[in-house]
Design a binder for this molecule. Structure first.
Ligand code: MN
Length: 193
């Protein structure tokens, strides 16, 4: 199977000022494109030649996992954002967040702590476990909760390429801005699925 670039559901400048067009052009246009190209080259003639991206995330290792999971993670990441509104969870997702973390504010505090505290490159994740309970996990490099049997709902990319152009070393400032562009309706659809 030949993997293709996901289509962004917004214009490259639509997330400004939280994420600049320059960062989208580099992060989506260059970094993600490279992962897609690498993956398509790497799977040729292997057991993963016709696998889905989900299967690659769950079963592959080494370079195929790294590039495949990065394609999955970035597709999921870029699809979480919206330039307008839906910036707080509602309905059953709001209830689940309150149950697991006490309040939305406290969830944000814990998710920020996981994201800021992740050493080096990686991802912070909000996922649903098999019992429907919400959990925050940290993954290094291309790490993805699908491998642990979790259902991912939300992720923050804390690789420097996600923020260095706009925020330099200020990872926390970048993450504070990202809260304003999360489309919680998208997160809720993932939660109830
Ligand atoms: Mn990235």
């Amino acid at each position: 199977m030949k993997f293709e670039m996901p289509i962004l559901p917004y214009a490259p400048n639509a997330l400004e000022p939280a994420i600049s067009k320059t960062t989208i052009d580099l992060h989506y246009g260059k970094h993600l494109q490279t992962y897609v190209n690498n993956l398509n080259n790497l799977i040729q003639g292997t057991a993963f030649e016709n696998a889905t991206l989900e299967d690659i995330c769950k079963k592959a290792d080494g370079a195929i996992f790294n590039n495949g999971a990065q394609v999955w993670n970035h597709t999921f990441y870029f699809n979480t954002f919206s330039p307008k509104g839906n910036t707080v969870p509602t309905g059953v997702l709001e209830e689940a967040i309150n149950k697991a973390f006490g309040s939305f504010e406290n969830f944000q505090k814990e998710f920020n702590a996981a994201s800021v505290g992740l050493f080096g490159s990686g991802w912070a994740w909000l996922s649903k476990d098999k019992e429907g309970k919400l959990v925050i996990t940290k993954e290094s490099n291309a790490g993805n909760p699908l491998k642990s049997g979790l259902t991912p709902l939300l992720c923050f990319d804390v690789w420097e390429h996600a923020y260095y152009v706009d925020y330099q070393n200020r990872r926390a400032d970048h993450l504070n801005a990202v809260w304003s562009i999360i489309d919680w309706k998208v997160v809720e659809e993932r939660f109830v699925k």
